[in-house]
Design a protein around this ligand. Structure first.
Ligand SMILES: Nc1ncnc2c1ncn2[C@@H]1O[C@H](COP(=O)(O)OP(=O)(O)OP(=O)(O)O)[C@@H](O)[C@H]1O
Ligand SMILES: [Mg+2]
Length: 552
């Protein structure tokens, strides 16, 4: 779900997901943005990459100090275990730093949806369960897999479920456990980990946040990463060192698979990569079913609405929503949560919450509601843009006293028309203020402008939507031309938005009054108002737009 804020008007999503849709993208301030839809395009340039791009040595041990034990391990794989099926309970269950869980209590049925991912993992389950079966064939068995995707999408849960399904031992570690100040500790831990796994085959080694351990090795110029490089080298050696039929399987989870060293991901090591994206509708339904179990609601909550409202949420956010809603109800001595509780918690998740309402003067509140109505009216008139859901005035939100919420779109490819409409919606808040207050505008459009400028630049430079399909990125010669095109695009979006809003002055005033009174305006109510009182205006506007504006 996305929102356009009144004060800090940013068109942002709630999840972290977008950030991860394009593996090369890296921008920390978008961690909150994350969900799908336009924001993906808007905030995921896919061009920046601060990481060192130099080709890396595919031979892991070349830079490594001579290490007799790893050599031994590499060249002389021990007959680690009797090739038994089922959980082998004979090995020690603990080493100095790691612990083996013999039976993971989680199974695939605890993971909602993601049917295709589960299907993909089923073969891994089979490999682990019947690892002797595969030894008969001349087939190379994957040694592991990487689960990648945005936070909270159930990667850790899936890894545990994989161990539960396969009924294997499970060692869960975090990539950061291998980061130590002392030289050699990281690689010793990797050896210790694999030794322990081998004694407990079949065994899944689960390395959460594997990017902390498996990052691309540093270039020759950097010396700081030497210890980390050694640890990674040791991991690569250990992966090469165990025969793939021995029943040790590595599962890594990360939000940033693009940071991983190619040598780790190359075929023959961890060659399966499974992307766990934000849940689609059927998956959300399943996840909500799982988490609404045992949480009574008072009957006012329509399950279908819940599925729709949570578009763009990760599994963890959905779990959090239901949990917080029930906690809130219990705090008020009610035994079941209601639709109102859900709405309340939803708003908190979207824009944060502070215990006290901001104190604004009536004049500023009027600026805020007029501003929001500017966004909302344009969103209602738009034909290609994702649909708006509601406008909310929430003085408890620390940075966004007003915001417009949009439905989340699952696809992340957008047409020029929808991007142009996004531009006009972004500019609409300020334009409405100008129409009503002339020069006395507020600072509320700050983020709108930033967002609009970024989008316009992307449209011209990156999406080939300007007069040049491709602009040579480093050429000074084109800089001025690009600036002019961005400016022209923003000006035409401004003119377009102003034309529409000017016709709907009365609607804006009426909607703003509702917002001051009710603090919320739902899209159905706004549409009903337009149909009842402003359908003639709408017809005129549509006619004029079709004849006088060539941009859409
Ligand atoms: N598909 C799902 N079905 C049921 N619950 C889920 C699902 N996805 C996430 N959850 C809920 O979200 C919680 C967090 O999920 P998990 O820790 O697996 O996320 P993650 O992808 O590993 O996140 P991170 O990248 O931040 O480590 C789970 O404990 C569970 O309650
Ligand atoms: Mg995790």
């Amino acid at each position: 779900m996305r929102r356009l804020n009144g004060k800090n008007d940013t068109f942002s999503n709630t999840g972290i997901e977008d950030l991860y849709q394009k593996p090369t993208h890296r921008s920390s301030n978008q961690t909150q943005a994350r969900i799908n839809g336009l924001q993906i395009i808007i905030s995921a340039p896919g061009y920046e990459c601060e990481e060192d791009d130099e080709p890396h040595d595919e031979h892991p041990d070349e830079n490594q100090p001579f290490d007799l034990s790893s050599l031994f391990q590499q060249q002389m794989p021990k007959p680690y275990a009797k090739q038994s099926t089922g959980t082998n309970n004979k090995g020690p269950k603990k080493s100095e730093n790691f612990e083996v869980v013999m039976k993971s209590p989680v199974s695939f049925k605890d993971v909602g949806g993601y049917t295709n991912v589960k299907k993909e993992l089923e073969q891994c389950v089979d490999i682990l369960k019947n690892h002797t079966k595969y030894a008969k064939y001349n087939v190379r068995i994957p040694k592991g897999l990487i689960l990648e995707g945005p936070p909270g999408t159930g990667k850790t849960l899936l890894a545990k479920a994989l161990a539960g399904e396969a009924n294997t031992a499970f060692i869960s570690v975090s990539g950061s456990q291998f980061q130590e100040m002392y030289v050699g500790v990281g690689s010793a831990r990797v050896r210790e980990l694999f030794e322990l796994a081998k004694k407990n085959v079949p065994c899944i080694i689960f390395i959460d946040e594997i990017d902390a351990l498996g990052r691309k090795r540093s270039s020759e110029k950097e010396s700081s990463g030497a210890e980390r490089d050694n640890t990674l080298n040791e991991l690569l050696v250990s992966l090469d060192g165990f025969k793939n039929t021995t029943g040790v399987f590595l599962v890594g989870a990360t939000n940033r698979a693009d940071l991983l060293d190619p040598a780790l991901l190359r075929p023959g090591r961890v060659d399966k990569r499974v992307y766990i994206g934000m849940p689609d509708e059927p998956t959300r339904r399943e996840i909500l079913k799982i988490h609404s179990k045992g949480k009574p609601n008072d009957g006012s909550v329509a399950f279908d609405d819940l599925v729709e409202m949570t578009a763009g949420f990760s599994g963890a956010q959905m779990e959090n929503l239901l949990n917080e809603a029930l906690l809130f109800a219990l705090r008020e001595n009610r035994e079941a949560y209601s639709q109102k509780d859900i709405e309340l918690i939803m708003n908190r998740i979207l824009v944060g919450w502070q215990p006290m309402e901001h104190k604004f003067s009536d004049a500023i509140i009027d600026h805020i509601v007029i501003h929001e109505m500017g966004h909302a009216v344009l969103a209602c008139v738009a034909k290609h843009h994702t649909k708006m859901r509601k406008v909310v005035i929430n003085l408890n939100a620390p940075t966004s006293p007003g915001y417009t919420v949009f439905e989340a779109k699952e696809e992340n490819i957008h047409t020029r028309e929808s991007l142009f409409e996004h531009l006009i919606i972004l500019l609409g808040g300020r334009i409405a203020e100008e129409i009503f207050y002339g020069e006395s505008v507020s600072t509320g459009a700050l983020n709108d402008f930033e967002e609009a400028h970024k989008l316009a630049e992307k449209m011209i430079v990156y999406y080939g939507m300007g007069s040049n399909l491709i602009y040579p990125s480093k050429s000074e010669k084109y800089k001025e031309k690009i600036d002019n095109e961005i400016n022209d695009l923003l000006l035409s979006a401004h003119a377009y938005a102003e034309f529409i809003l000017d016709h709907f002055r009365e609607l804006i005033r009426e909607g703003a009054d509702i917002l001051v009174r009710d603090r919320i305006l739902l899209v159905d109510d706004l549409n009903e108002l337009i149909t009842r009182k402003y359908s003639d205006v709408l017809k005129t506007v549509n006619y004029e737009l079709a004849n006088n504006f060539a941009d859409i």
